[in-house]
Write a protein that binds this ligand. Structure first.
Ligand code: NAD
Length: 365
């Protein structure tokens, strides 16, 4: 792998390799684009097959963060870190403090947070060495659990999708199938029920199903492999990625796919088109699940949940803008989301260049 070729291919700015023999830290920080602001993204701990695999993943994830922040209207760029190794055996206070020192060394170009296999507690250690960390506990002035804000944003995406397809965003009398009633799915079901929807849920964790049924009487549980075929107005995937694929598209009996899961489409362009061919509207996942990012980004100005919830409501309007762009330009909705993000970055880059003379970096797209 030619590292510079890899960076150039998707226009990444910087990659930082961090190593400390004593703690066993091997981390890679990727900064994709800082036109809009400092690159924010979590630090994932993962046992990669090899180092190339880790580089590829961190480049892909950091670029995803650029698009997510830009589409959400945040003044943040895209970044991500991966810490290579087994979270169970490798974690220690000193490892995270060393990682924090590397983050501090970037002088605020990258802001870290928790991600897969890292926790709020790990970030407390990181915070001992750097100012550039978010995703801390509420008791420490942090933003705490992001899932209520993510669920609200997804709910707003659902309402915008209903409004777009039917002219009426009310959930009253609608049917929604929710795959996964974990942290986000649970709160989403609450919004849907309060809105008057009939709700079908599936989960592979019996305790999560029991919790949901007890909290929201009247919801209907369906077996995990039957959720795709439930006749409904909205299918809301809130569990795993890649669940819109060649097997599931033919089973769907919905008009809308809108859920919180990341990377819902197995193949972005092809499966977005497959949904469109069936007359199903796809609300881009990284747009409607941006509530979690909005929540954590709020820490930068002093956390205020009311403000985070208010900002997450803006996902309604952003989702509608994307549908409009998709219709005007006759492109799949996922492409419209990407275009919206790229155009915002280009426009902000231009005003920074033109009106302040600061070293904002224009994009080529
Ligand atoms: P979670 O782990 O709390 O919940 C996921 C749920 O899905 C669990 O209850 C799990 O048992 C269930 N599940 C797993 N496989 C399943 C299957 N095959 N069928 C049905 N259910 C299944 O995770 P979460 O925090 O609620 O996140 C849900 C999704 O949203 C994930 O894809 C996550 O990446 C994404 N997301 C979450 C946030 C957030 O704020 N938590 C933000 C953005 C995106």
């Amino acid at each position: 792998m030619g590292i510079f070729d890899e960076l150039a291919r998707k226009d990444h700015e910087q990659i930082v390799f961090c190593q400390d023999e004593v703690t066993g830290l091997k981390a890679i920080i990727a900064i994709h684009d800082t036109t809009l602001g400092p690159a924010l993204g979590g630090a994932r701990m993962w046992q990669y097959a090899d180092e190339e695999d880790a580089v590829r993943d961190v480049l892909r994830l950091s670029r995803g963060m650029t698009y997510k922040s830009a589409a959400a209207g945040l003044n943040l760029g895209g970044g991500k870190a991966v810490i290579l190794g087994d979270a169970k055996s490798l974690k220690s206070e000193m490892l995270f403090r060393v990682y924090g020192r590397f983050v501090q060394g970037l002088g605020g170009r990258y802001i870290t947070a928790e991600d897969v296999n890292t926790t709020v507690r790990d970030m407390e250690w990181v915070r001992m060495e750097t100012d550039h960390v978010v995703g801390l506990d509420r008791a420490l002035g942090g933003s705490g659990d992001p899932s209520p804000v993510t669920a609200l944003g997804t709910y707003e995406g659902i309402k915008a999708s209903l409004k777009w397809t039917t002219g009426n965003e009310s959930l009253a009398g609608r049917t929604v199938a929710v795959q996964g009633v974990g942290a986000v799915g649970f709160h989403l079901v609450g919004h849907l029920r309060r809105g008057g929807a009939r709700v079908h849920v599936s989960d592979i964790d019996a305790d999560h199903l029991v919790r949901a049924v007890q909290a929201y009487p009247g919801i209907e549980v369906v077996p995990a492999n039957e959720i795709y075929g439930v006749p409904c107005d909205v299918f809301a995937p809130c569990a795993l990625g890649a669940i819109i694929n060649d097997d599931t598209v033919p089973q769907l009996r919905t008009s809308i796919v809108c859920g919180s899961a990341n990377n819902i489409l197995a193949e972005e362009d092809r499966h977005c088109q497959a949904l469109a061919d069936k007359g199903i509207l796809y609300a881009p996942d990284y747009v409607v699940n941006a509530g979690g990012l909005i929540n954590v980004a709020n820490e930068l100005e002093g956390y205020n949940q009311d403000r985070a919830l208010k900002q997450a409501q803006g996902i309604h309007d952003i989702t509608t803008q994307i549908f409009r762009l998709a219709r005007e330009e006759r492109i799949p909705t996922i492409k419209a989301a990407n275009a919206l993000a790229e155009r915002r970055i280009a426009a902000v880059g231009r005003i920074k260049d033109t009106f302040t003379g600061t070293a904002a970096r224009g994009r080529r797209s």
